[in-house]
Write a protein that binds this ligand. Structure first.
Ligand SMILES: [Zn+2]
Length: 272
């Protein structure tokens, strides 16, 4: 069932490329709320919920919506620029972007300076590890995990993002090394295998004589598609490939579990 789903997912075209959204014009946008003492700023904050929902639901609409909203306002260009910069970050829509900017304007200058310094420092002082592609400081490449002789050789845990490494390290239950793909295969977003660190992973499997590959991509359609692709691409019968088990969360309640999670928990049952 799952492989067929994944295959269909992999072959599905990007709907966005076939049906581009019509361009928005300022006259088509719903009117803003009444301007207040804070002028267009709060009018933007209090815009109708329908407009807000549309902006939150459609990433393709969001940038042009943000632009049209801001262009019609009387905000200083520097403020517009910061809102636009925040809105480009994942998970942050125009409303949150404007709130963050407003927060920085209201708080002391020190907070903004500290944020600016931290941004510069993270760009100038960090790189991706040349072996596992996790985040590391410029001074220690390869990273500490790759260089740690106490780590189990021959076992690689493949994850989508650097934050996933942190999550697994927090368990203190894994002693192998990692490989960060920096994403997952997603035809809808136009991300293919060549956009990820898959070629480097395959090279490592041969060069480091890897015995087990733990595919810890997310339990999403994209994560499953990536796992299936890796299974096809590795072509090594001696290599053990495993996938993280799925099932019930610790402290969870059976009656609140969805059918798919419960079904996977049943399949992954073990001896007690
Ligand atoms: Zn590394």
């Amino acid at each position: 069932m799952l492989p067929r789903l994944v295959q269909a997912f992999l072959s599905s075209p990007n709907p966005c490329s076939r049906a581009p959204l019509p361009p928005r014009t300022p006259t088509s946008a719903p009117p803003f709320a009444q301007a207040t003492a804070f002028g267009p700023w709060l009018a933007y904050e209090q815009r109708p919920a329908t407009l807000s929902r549309a902006a939150a639901c459609s990433p393709s609409v969001e940038p042009c919506l943000t632009e049209s909203l801001l262009m019609s306002s009387a905000l200083p260009r520097s403020v517009e620029r910061l809102i636009e910069a925040f809105a480009r970050l994942p998970g942050i829509g125009p409303k949150t972007a404007s709130r963050l900017t407003y927060h920085l304007l209201r708080t002391g200058e020190g907070e903004s300076r500290e944020l600016a310094k931290a941004l510069v420092a993270v760009r100038e002082g960090t790189v991706f590890c040349s072996r596992c592609f996790n985040i590391t400081s410029k001074e220690s490449d390869p990273c500490e995990i790759c260089e740690d002789p106490g780590r189990e050789a021959g076992v690689l845990c493949v994850v989508e993002e650097p934050l996933d490494v942190l999550a697994i390290e927090r368990t203190r239950n894994y002693a192998g090394r990692y490989h960060v793909l920096h994403g997952a295969i997603s035809p809808v977003e136009g991300i293919g295998p060549d956009d990820l660190r898959i070629r480097e992973l395959l090279a490592r499997v041969d060069a480091e004589e890897i015995k087990e590959l733990i595919v810890a991509t997310n339990p999403t359609l994209e994560g499953e598609a990536t796992a299936m692709y890796l299974k096809e691409a590795v072509h090594n019968p001696e290599l053990r490939m495993t996938r993280l088990a799925r099932g019930l969360p610790a402290g969870g309640d059976l009656e609140y579990a969805d059918a798919r999670t419960l079904s996977e928990a049943l399949e992954g049952r073990r001896e007690v």
